[in-house]
Design a protein around this ligand. Structure first.
Ligand SMILES: *Cc1c(COP(=O)(O)O)cnc(C)c1O
Length: 469
């Protein structure tokens, strides 16, 4: 059928799905401009009253001209959104999607890809799995490893740890009989474990078994000792190692923890949501030794693998165990199940409908090549090391720990929480940087996270020079 142009005499319901050149231009012009920016502007925190006033009355019975709304978004609403992909965004964990990944994200959106099943999206799922295989190979996971892309590390940790809990429960009952069914289960973690894992424990009704380490890095030796000293070690069914921690970039002793987990019969989950991408960087790869022992592994491409939000890769050593837990059973889904040689991503996490959110990374990886990824990750590592040397050399600053990944923690002599906040507010007002402080060993300290390959040492020196004020 030949598409008919938009026509105001059409019934409103039909108009919504009619091709509209003008509407396309209004939206695509914005995108073209945004993608053409060499450096995304940081922009500003929003004023709640202003935002409420801007939005007031916009939902109407007959709608408003798209150009007007796009202008309102461009000139006002978007200016209250801090650009996580600015090379001057050093807070939390920044983002730095490649141009190819950003643009292909629009292709995914425009295609209404239902990423549930092979039946509905074979080529898209196969391409996503090609990326998962690349990650599994970098981690040294076996040929049979597989999984799916989920919305983020939180969803990945939840999905993996449900499998860990069920496996743990089954093992406990196998070894100790039906009486063990009512026992509370525990999962071992370090004191630096991510907040999403703590929330997951609450959802799964398991308790954390926290192993406090003087240097906050979980080791196999400490795990073995803690279990040996526990009166009911059989109820500890899994261990979560972090690679690396969000607050400081610490990579746990993956080999030691992984081997201890094998010996003790625990599920070994590696949360690499932030730092998992470091497996691709030769200068730090040795720290990840042992990651190949993981039963499940999460890494967020929307963090350090330069994909747009929201994208996390979730891998299992034995995907069949995940399938047994996550497959949804409904008569209308029978058509997508049990075809040999096919892959249904819905079966490997807590989700049914699924955006094929691995595709932007796939496109960018295939277009740019793996060397570009390796070099982009290495660039933030070398920047963190260079900034650490600057801090070491400054009389008014202390480096709090040698950076292992892209996170740098420092102390400014004489500053407390109010001074760090005021400093950050001045920097953001001047659009020089977005920084948030953190707590390290009970003290408020400065924290910088480097992830964007466009961040230069000069930019950071400009920021750090203002700590003298
Ligand atoms: C960011 C992060 C998470 C949570 O990931 P989301 O994508 O924000 O859900 C989990 N673990 C670690 C270590 C992280 O850095």
């Amino acid at each position: 059928m030949v598409p008919t142009p938009a026509n105001s005499t059409e019934p409103a319901a039909d108009r919504m799905h009619t091709p509209d050149e003008e509407l396309s231009s209004v939206v695509l012009d914005f995108v073209r401009e945004r993608v053409a920016l060499a450096e995304a502007p940081l922009d500003f925190p929003g004023d709640t009253a202003e935002i409420v006033a801007l939005l007031d009355g916009l939902v109407t019975a007959t709608g408003t001209d798209p150009a007007t709304i796009m202008r309102l978004y461009d000139d006002h609403l978007s200016r209250t959104v801090l650009s996580a992909d600015s090379p001057r965004f050093f807070a939390f964990i920044p983002a730095a999607p490649t141009k190819a990944a950003l643009l292909f994200d629009m292709v995914v959106s425009a295609s209404s890809l239902q990423g549930i099943s092979w039946l509905e999206a074979a080529g898209a799922v196969a391409a996503e799995n090609q990326v998962l295989r690349w990650i599994a190979d970098a981690a040294g996971l076996p040929e049979g490893a597989g999984g799916t892309f989920v919305s983020g590390g939180s969803a990945g940790n939840l999905s993996a740890l449900v499998v860990a809990r069920d496996e743990g429960r089954n093992r406990l009952v196998r070894n100790h009989g039906q009486v063990a069914r009512s026992k509370r289960l525990r999962i071992a973690v370090s004191d630096q474990v991510h907040s999403s894992v703590k929330n997951t424990f609450h959802m799964l009704d398991v308790d954390p078994f926290v192993i406090d380490m003087p240097d906050h890095r979980l080791t196999g030796q400490a795990l073995r000792a803690a279990l040996a000293a526990d009166p009911e070690p059989e109820t500890i069914v899994a261990v979560v190692a972090t690679s690396g921690t969000t607050n400081a970039g610490i990579v746990d002793d993956l080999r030691g923890v992984g081997e201890a987990a094998r010996d003790l019969g625990l599920w070994f989950h590696v949360d690499g949501a932030y730092g998992g991408a470091g497996i691709l960087a030769p200068s730090v790869r040795a720290m990840y030794d042992g990651i190949e022992l993981a039963d499940s592994f999460v890494v967020d491409p929307h963090k350090w693998l330069f994909a747009p939000f929201d994208c996390a890769a979730l891998l299992y050593r034995d995907p069949q165990l995940a399938r047994a837990v996550h497959t949804q059973d409904a008569s209308y889904l029978d058509a997508i199940h049990d075809r040999p040689g096919e892959w249904n991503p819905t079966d490997y996490a807590y989700h049914l409908t699924r955006r094929a959110r691995g595709l932007p990374l796939w496109f960018s990886l295939v277009v740019n090549g793996t060397d570009a990824y390796r070099d982009a990750i290495e660039s933030s590592l070398s920047l963190a090391r260079a900034v650490a040397r600057d801090i070491d050399a400054a009389d008014h600053l202390d480096l709090l720990r040698e950076p292992t990944l892209g996170v740098v923690l420092f102390r400014r002599h004489g500053w407390g929480p109010a001074e760090y906040d005021a400093w950050a507010a001045r920097l953001l007002a001047a659009q020089v940087a977005f920084i948030t402080s953190t707590t390290w060993e009970d003290e408020t300290v400065g924290r910088l996270v480097f992830l964007h390959p466009g961040t230069t040492l000069e930019m950071v020196r400009e920021v750090m020079a203002t700590t003298r004020d």
